[in-house]
Write a protein that binds this ligand. Structure first.
Ligand SMILES: [Zn+2]
Length: 317
């Protein structure tokens, strides 16, 4: 399975219980892959295509639960050489579609019906999604719709294909909040939002909730970037015992917070193992702690996992 597909599979397992986030995620998917179809009597339908049956099923279920919309999934073979299948989520014209369109109208686009919008307006994205959870969900939906991330062993490349420049700027504004510094380029009349840094991609995966893929990427990064900051920080850490003790206390605190929030069981095996070993040995320096693992792990790798745990704990509100 490609890394990109792996990320998407993981995202399909992200269960957002909040309706605000589910709406945001679906709106993004529609903006990336969807179209409005017109029917008589001022009624509208929706169509959205994807190469993933899992994505189609996710939104089939979602529109039913959120708005009571009837829909169907149509399947056909692509005309391309690779003969991949294309899945269309078809929501036939029905009154409830109006609710989706009203929400959709809040998001800037190139639609002449929504005249008066300009790119500058995108900076007020908090008007569109007041909560951070929804802004993250929107990015997740956009990636599920038309995102791609290359195998980190080969290259660090992330992109999301947008149907218009407004969408591209909207995504850029959303990611700017996390200092992601993505860029836009045009390809065959479509607009790509892309990033090329390992750290950028790692942060992006974290934002959209692909934590397993994030760890995989981080492992590759640790191996690849031998002279990166991580090693420098570790050296500083071990040179100064006080600092190391302080760091260990911070780690234990973070792990306890994850445990209390019930988040630990959802994490990868390696992270769970790391958390358990740290909790049992709250004072052990990294050099000794790493010896307690079944599978050999480097000090840098261990440090990275502990940092991940802290980062995840920081994200709990
Ligand atoms: Zn939300």
């Amino acid at each position: 399975m490609s890394f990109s597909l792996e990320v998407k599979e993981q995202l399909l397992r992200v269960n957002t219980s909040k309706n605000c986030c589910r709406q945001a995620e679906f709106l993004a998917f529609l903006r990336m892959c969807g179209n409005v179809s017109l029917a008589g009597g001022g009624r509208f339908g929706l169509l959205a295509t994807t190469g993933s049956p899992g994505v189609a099923r996710r939104y089939f279920k979602l529109v039913k639960e959120l708005w009571g919309l009837r829909s169907e999934i149509l399947m056909r073979d692509s005309q391309h050489f690779n003969k991949s299948r294309i899945y269309t989520l078809r929501i036939p014209p029905q009154d409830e579609v109006r609710q989706v369109l009203d929400l959709l109208a809040k998001i800037p686009d190139g639609n002449p019906w929504n005249a008066g919008q300009d790119i500058g307006r995108v900076t007020t994205l908090r008007e569109v999604f007041a909560s951070e959870c929804c802004r993250r969900a929107y990015l997740r939906g956009a990636f599920l719709g038309s995102g791609f991330v290359s195998d980190p062993h080969r290259a660090y490349h992330l992109e999301i294909v947008c149907q218009d420049i407004y969408q591209a700027h909207f995504l850029l504004a959303l990611t700017a909040e996390y200092q992601l510094n993505l860029k836009i380029s045009e390809r065959k009349g479509r607009f790509l939002v892309y990033g090329k840094g390992g750290e950028q991609i790692s942060d992006f995966l974290n934002i959209i909730g692909a934590h397993g893929a994030l760890l995989e990427l981080e492992n590759v990064r640790v191996i690849k970037d031998t002279s990166n900051n991580v090693n420098r920080i570790i050296n500083c850490d071990t040179a100064n015992t006080d600092k190391a003790v302080e760091a260990a206390q911070r780690q234990v605190k973070a792990i306890n917070r994850l445990v209390e929030a019930g988040r630990l069981s959802g994490l990868s095996k390696s992270l769970q193992e790391t958390a358990a070993i740290r909790l049992e040995n709250p004072e052990l320096p990294l050099a000794e702690l790493k010896e307690l693992f079944d599978k050999p792990i480097s000090k840098a790798g261990l440090y990275h996992r502990l940092q991940k745990l802290e980062k995840l704990a920081d994200e709990l509100i």
